[in-house]
Design a protein around this ligand. Structure first.
Ligand code: RIB
Length: 302
């Protein structure tokens, strides 16, 4: 069984809940303020670890109270933190999140995440069969160095280009599996997509983005499920209707679950179905890191 290596962000999520989102310039009364471990990298690592994968996180924390809390939480999940450095040069990453009507807005202050560099990832001991995962809350140069190292070790590279930003062909060509939502796909492919775009339209956009014929592109569509372009094959995983409470971290749950399954040697179609169920459990709980399901919870639904 391979391992999952995640190079990515670690944040403390400061969450305000309210009955509705304020308009720009408006002040409204909220209900609660909650503190949850988060950050896309950490969330993906928690997801993979809770689902049974041997997981290593590569990242940076500040030497502050949030950093200490985040480290304790991640260590409790059984994640290897041997490549998480603490730095006095910046505060720990922090996300200010508003949750209302099961939807969120997020402002991320990168702090120490912005200091993850090529040196942080260049010593990671990956092997064939491992899965290397990253997202866009650490510098792109570090992600490219991480994936180059993964390629040299014949590990699989999986990129979740979130939060969405345009990036160069050189990084795209280092990616074996791209996992993104339809908004990110629209931005990166240059094709206008909306909630009503049909499967053919989404696959056409994915095809436009595909760097080579072997690259796998998985498009998460929320309650509409998942579409994947794997070479010339198209896979459809239907959505699961559940009552969402908080969608924060659902995409990260999907990515971590997919990585865990692929590291375990599961075929892509089954791995996507499993990850889809994991994400549908995650949205029924508050918070990002703590809402990731266990393998038993997913198995109970499968
Ligand atoms: O994807 C959800 C995550 O995005 C949150 O946990 C927050 O920290 C931001 O990074």
């Amino acid at each position: 069984m391979g391992r999952v290596f995640v190079a990515g962000s670690i944040n403390m999520d400061v969450v305000a809940t309210a009955d509705r989102h304020p308009k720009v310039g408006e002040t409204i009364a909220g209900k609660e303020v909650l503190y949850f471990p988060g950050g896309k990298g950490a969330n993906q690592a928690v997801s993979a670890a809770r689902l049974g994968a041997r997981t290593t996180l590569i990242g940076r924390l500040g030497k502050d109270a949030f950093g200490a809390e985040l480290k304790a939480f991640l260590s409790d999940q059984g994640i290897d933190l041997g490549y998480v450095q603490e730095t006095a040069a910046a505060h720990s990453g922090t996300a200010i999140i508003t949750v209302a009507e099961a939807d969120n807005t997020i402002v991320v202050i990168p702090g120490s995440n912005a200091l993850v560099g090529e040196d942080d990832v260049s010593v990671v001991p990956m092997l064939k069969g491992d899965v290397a995962v990253s997202q866009f809350e650490i510098p792109l140069s570090a992600i490219a160095a991480f994936f180059r190292r993964a390629r040299a070790a014949s590990a699989v590279t999986l990129l979740n280009p979130a939060p969405a930003q345009k990036f160069g062909r050189e990084l795209l060509e280092l990616v074996d599996i791209l996992v993104l939502n339809e908004t990110e796909l629209g931005l990166l492919s240059g094709v206008a997509l909306s909630e009503s775009t049909d499967h053919a339209g989404i696959i056409a956009a994915a095809r436009r983005l595909q760097a080579n014929k072997d690259q796998i592109i998985c498009v998460t569509l929320g309650k509409r499920g998942v579409l994947a372009l794997a070479g010339s094959e198209e896979l459809v995983v239907p959505g699961r209707v559940v009552e969402a409470i908080d969608t924060t971290g659902a995409g990260d749950c999907f990515v971590g679950a997919l990585a865990a399954q692929l590291a375990d040697g599961v075929a892509l179609r089954e791995a996507l179905g499993f990850a889809n169920i994991a994400a549908s459990i995650c949205v029924q709980r508050m918070g990002a890191g703590p809402s990731m399901p266990t393998a038993d919870e997913v198995a109970a639904i499968l």
